[in-house]
Write a protein that binds this ligand. Structure first.
Ligand SMILES: Nc1ncnc2c1ncn2[C@@H]1O[C@H](COP(=O)(O)OP(=O)(O)OP(=O)(O)O)[C@@H](O)[C@H]1O
Length: 404
C-alpha cells in the first residue's frame, strides 16, 4: 500500500524507454486498482459484520432491559439435562424445565440459586447466601451514636430505654415484677426524625450488636426470597446476642392486605407471615430486642400491632423549636461558630424542618463558609443554607405530604 507514483523513476532519455515506463506505470495502476477493489470488498464485509453485531447488541440490550424490568423469582437448579435445566421455584415449589445459553449452562451446578423471570428463563445465577445476607443486613458491633447525639426526643428516648434497654440490661426486674417486657417496639413518624438514631443509640448503650434491615430490600429484589431472609435475620440476631434488631420501612412487608393477587403481593404476605411467626415463636428473647420503623403508619396491617408483636408504639414527630435548637447545637458541636450565630432564631426560622434537615443546614452552612475561604460559620451561612435546604425539600414535598 506504500507504492506511490513517486517511487517510479520517470524516463526522459528515449522514446522506447518512455513507452516501457508508461506500461510499467499502467501495470502498477492496474494492480493498485485491483488491490483497492479488494480492500473495498473487505470494508463492505466488515461493515456488514458490524451492522450484524450492532443489531445483536440492540436486541440483547433490549432483552436485558426487559429482563431487568420484570419481577424476578428465586429458584434452585435441580438438574442439568441435555434438554435444558430443571429448576424448582421457591415459594410454590413448582418444577420447570428451562433452556439456557451455553455460557450460562457451564456456570450452573445443581443446588445453585438462580433468578428467573416470568417465563421462567434464568436471568442470572445468584451469589452465595452470605452475599445476600450482606446485601440486605447491616451488622454493626457498636454503633457510634449516643443518647447525647439525639436532640429533642426526651419522651421517646425514655420509652425506648424502658422497653429496649431495661429488658437487655436488667431482665430480672421484669421477672421479679412478673411481667413480660414488650415484644417489639414500633417507631413511627416522618422521615429523618431520628428513628434509626434511637435504635442505634440504645444498641450502643447496651453493648448490643445493631442489626438493620430494610423491609423494602426484602421484597423488591427477588420473589421467593423474603421469608428466607426473615429467618436468616433472626438467625443472625441469635448469633450476635445481645442484639438490637432494627427493621426499617416495615410497611414494605407489613402493609394492609389488598385484594389483588399478584405474585408480588403474595410474596409480601409470605414475608410478613414469616416475620410474625418468628416474633410469635420468639419466647426467650431476653437478649434480642426488636425495633421496627415506618414513615407510613397508616398503611400498616393491624395484625403486626397485636399484643406479643409490635405492642409498643412510639411516635417520633418532627422536632419543635426547642428540639431544633438542640439539634442545631448537636450538629455544630465540631464546627467553629461565629458570635453572631443565634440557634434560637434559626430554630424559629426552620419551622417544619426534620432533624435530618437541620443537619443538612449545618453541613450546607459549612460549605458556604469554605466557599468563602472562612473556617467559621456565620448566621448568614445558616440562613442561606436553610433557604437552599428548604427549596430542595419543597421539591420532594409530595413525599412529606403523605404523612402530614
Ligand atoms: N432528633 C435528632 N437529633 C439529632 N440528629 C437528628 C435527629 N433526627 C435526625 N437527625 C439527623 O438526621 C439523620 C437521619 O436521621 P435518622 O436516620 O435517624 O432518621 P429516620 O427517622 O430513621 O429516617 P428514615 O425514616 O428516613 O429512615 C441522622 O443521622 C442525624 O444526623
Amino acid at each position: 500500500m506504500t507504492d506511490t507514483v513517486d517511487d517510479v523513476d520517470l524516463p526522459y532519455e528515449d522514446e522506447t524507454s518512455k513507452q516501457e515506463k508508461i506500461q510499467a506505470l499502467e501495470e502498477r495502476l492496474e494492480i493498485l486498482e485491483s488491490q483497492n477493489e479488494e480492500m473495498r470488498d473487505k470494508l463492505l464485509d466488515a461493515n456488514a459484520e458490524n451492522n450484524k453485531y450492532q443489531q445483536k447488541l440492540e436486541r440483547l440490550s433490549h432483552e436485558n432491559k426487559k429482563l431487568k424490568q420484570s419481577p424476578l423469582f428465586v429458584a434452585t437448579v435441580q438438574e442439568i439435562t441435555d434438554d435444558g435445566v430443571v429448576i424448582k421455584q421457591h415459594g410454590n415449589n413448582q418444577e420447570a424445565l428451562t433452556e439456557v445459553t451455553e455460557e450460562m449452562r457451564e456456570d450452573l451446578t445443581p443446588d445453585d440459586r438462580v433468578a428467573v423471570n416470568n417465563s421462567l428463563s434464568i436471568v442470572k445465577s445468584l451469589s452465595s447466601e452470605t452475599d445476600v445476607r450482606a446485601r440486605v443486613m447491616e451488622v454493626t458491633e457498636s454503633p457510634d451514636v449516643g443518647y447525647e447525639d439525639i436532640g429533642g426526643l426526651e419522651d421517646q428516648l425514655q420509652e425506648v430505654r424502658e422497653t429496649v434497654e431495661m429488658p437487655l440490661d436488667r431482665p430480672e426486674m421484669f421477672d421479679d415484677v412478673g411481667i413480660d417486657p414488650p415484644s417489639g417496639v414500633l417507631l413511627y413518624g416522618p422521615p429523618g426524625t431520628g428513628k434509626t438514631m434511637l435504635a442505634k443509640a440504645v444498641a450502643n448503650k447496651t453493648d448490643a450488636t445493631f442489626i438493620k434491615m430494610a423491609g423494602s430490600e426484602l421484597v423488591h429484589k427477588f420473589i421467593g426470597e423474603g421469608a428466607k431472609l426473615v429467618r436468616d435475620l433472626f438467625d443472625v440476631a441469635r448469633e450476635h446476642e445481645p442484639a438490637v434488631l432494627f427493621i426499617d420501612e416495615i410497611d414494605a412487608i407489613a402493609a394492609k392486605r389488598t385484594e389483588s393477587k399478584t405474585s408480588g403481593d403474595a410474596e409480601v404476605q409470605r414475608t410478613m407471615m414469616q416475620l410474625l411467626s418468628e416474633m410469635d415463636g420468639f419466647e426467650d428473647r431476653g437478649d434480642i430486642r426488636i425495633i421496627a420503623a415506618t414513615n407510613r403508619f397508616d398503611m400498616l396491617d393491624r395484625a403486626i400491632l397485636r399484643p406479643g408483636r409490635f405492642d409498643r408504639l412510639i411516635e417520633v414527630p418532627k422536632p419543635d423549636a426547642e428540639g431544633r435548637e438542640l439539634i442545631f447545637e448537636i450538629h455544630t458541636r465540631d464546627m467553629s461558630v461565629a458570635d453572631d450565630v443565634d440557634f434560637a432564631e434559626m430554630a424559629e426560622r426552620t419551622e417544619a424542618a426534620s432533624g435530618a434537615d437541620v443537619r443538612a443546614v449545618c453541613t450546607e452552612a459549612g460549605m458556604f463558609a469554605i466557599r468563602d475561604d472562612r473556617t467559621e460559620i456565620r448566621m448568614a451561612d445558616l440562613r442561606d443554607a436553610w433557604e437552599k435546604v428548604k427549596a430542595e425539600s419543597d421539591e420532594n414535598a409530595d413525599v412529606s405530604k403523605t404523612f402530614a
